[in-house]
Write a protein that binds this ligand. Structure first.
Ligand code: HEC
Length: 107
C-alpha cells in the first residue's frame, strides 16, 4: 500500500509534469484575472481594456515568441495595466508562459 503511494507520488513529481503544473499555477495566480483561464480575456478587465483574445489564430500567427516574451517581461508600451513581470518571474517562468500561451490557440 505504502509502496504504491510512493510510486504515485514520484510520478507526480517527475520534472516534466511538475513544470507543466507550475506554469498553470503561475498563469492562474498572475495572468488569469485579466486574461482569463483560456487567454480569451473574457474578464472585467479584459472588457474594460479590450484585451486581445490570445486564442485567435490570427493573433497567434502575428506574434512571435520574442514579442510575447517581451510583453510579459517588459509590459506593454500601450497599456500600463499590462505590467512588466521580469521582476516577479524568472526567465524560465516567462519562457514557460510563452509556451503555455501557444497551447491556447483555438483548434
Ligand atoms: C491587470 C491586468 C493584467 C494582468 C494581471 C496581466 N495582463 Fe497581460 N495584458 C493586459 C492588458 C490590458 C494587455 C493589453 C496591452 C496592449 O493593448 O498593449 C495585456 C497584454 C498582454 C500581452 C500582449 C498582447 C499583445 O497583443 O501584444 C501578453 C503576451 C500578455 N498580456 C501576457 C500576460 C501574462 C503572461 C500575464 C501573467 C504573467 C499577464 N499578461 C498578466 C493586462 C494584464
Amino acid at each position: 500500500m505504502m509502496k504504491r503511494f510512493a510510486l504515485v507520488m514520484s510520478l507526480c513529481l517527475a520534472p516534466s509534469a511538475y513544470a507543466a503544473d507550475d506554469v498553470v499555477d503561475v498563469w492562474k495566480a498572475k495572468c488569469k484575472s485579466c486574461h482569463g483561464d483560456d487567454g480569451k480575456a473574457q474578464t472585467k478587465m479584459g472588457q474594460k481594456e479590450s484585451i486581445v483574445d490570445m486564442s485567435q489564430a490570427a493573433w497567434q500567427a502575428a506574434e512571435s515568441d520574442a514579442e510575447i516574451r517581451q510583453a510579459i517581461a517588459d509590459g506593454s508600451p500601450r497599456n500600463t495595466k499590462m505590467k512588466a513581470f521580469k521582476y516577479k518571474l524568472t526567465a524560465a517562468q516567462i519562457d514557460a508562459l510563452v509556451g503555455y500561451i501557444r497551447t491556447m490557440k483555438a483548434k
